[in-house]
Design a protein around this ligand. Structure first.
Ligand code: 5GP
Length: 178
């Protein structure tokens, strides 16, 4: 079995501070409006729970889940909605909450899908952004942290369903040979 090691990229304190800053920006941009928060499962749930507790605007929260086919570390092109929204977003201000934007394929497919439902606006908030890996252009309106081209875990992000509960964000690296 391959051994892995974790290297801390962002501590819980750094993440909490950045989430408070993001919440301030979002609250200012949406003053007096009602925001339909759309979380992308599963990775978003920790970030989303932290973020919404700092927001100063009216919100509703719902989730989608996108199945991507490919190896565990890579996203292939095809995406299917395996869990759809339970709310109507016609005429609503939608804020998509993602854990990480990598190639951008998941997000661009999701935005295309949601646009058909005629929301008033769609914006995106991601905890992490891997700009170097982008394959399709997508506008990410609020970004917690930029990361290099490394595989990251913690704060909701997994590797084969492990590590989601880690409070910090870590790079998952192959163990160095002894
Ligand atoms: P994209 O479609 O932008 O390539 O990939 C988005 C999804 O791939 C994310 O929502 C996440 O589920 C997964 N992903 C991409 N990069 C990473 C990473 O570094 N760590 C983890 N845990 N998941 C990632």
């Amino acid at each position: 079995m391959m051994q892995e090691r974790l290297q801390l990229l962002f501590s819980r304190e750094q993440i909490e501070q950045r989430i408070r800053e993001l919440a301030e920006l979002i609250s200012a941009d949406y003053t007096g409006r009602h925001v339909a928060i759309v979380g992308v499962l599963k990775g978003c749930f920790v970030f989303l729970a932290d973020l919404i507790r700092h927001l100063n605007v009216d919100i509703t929260v719902d989730f989608v889940q996108v199945a991507s086919y490919g190896s565990r570390r890579e996203t292939a092109g095809a995406c299917t909605l395996v869990k759809d929204l339970g709310i109507d977003i016609d005429g609503r201000d939608v804020l998509i909450i993602e854990d990480i934007i990598d190639t951008g394929l998941t997000l661009s497919n999701l935005i295309a899908d949601l646009r058909v439902r005629a929301p008033a606006s769609i914006r995106v908030c991601a905890l992490l952004n891997k700009q170097a890996r982008r394959r399709v252009a997508v506008a990410v309106d609020y970004v917690g942290f930029e990361v290099e081209d490394v595989f990251v875990v913690g704060c909701g992000l997994d590797f084969s369903e492990r590590y989601r509960g880690l409070p910090g964000i870590y790079a998952l690296l192959p163990d160095e040979p002894a």
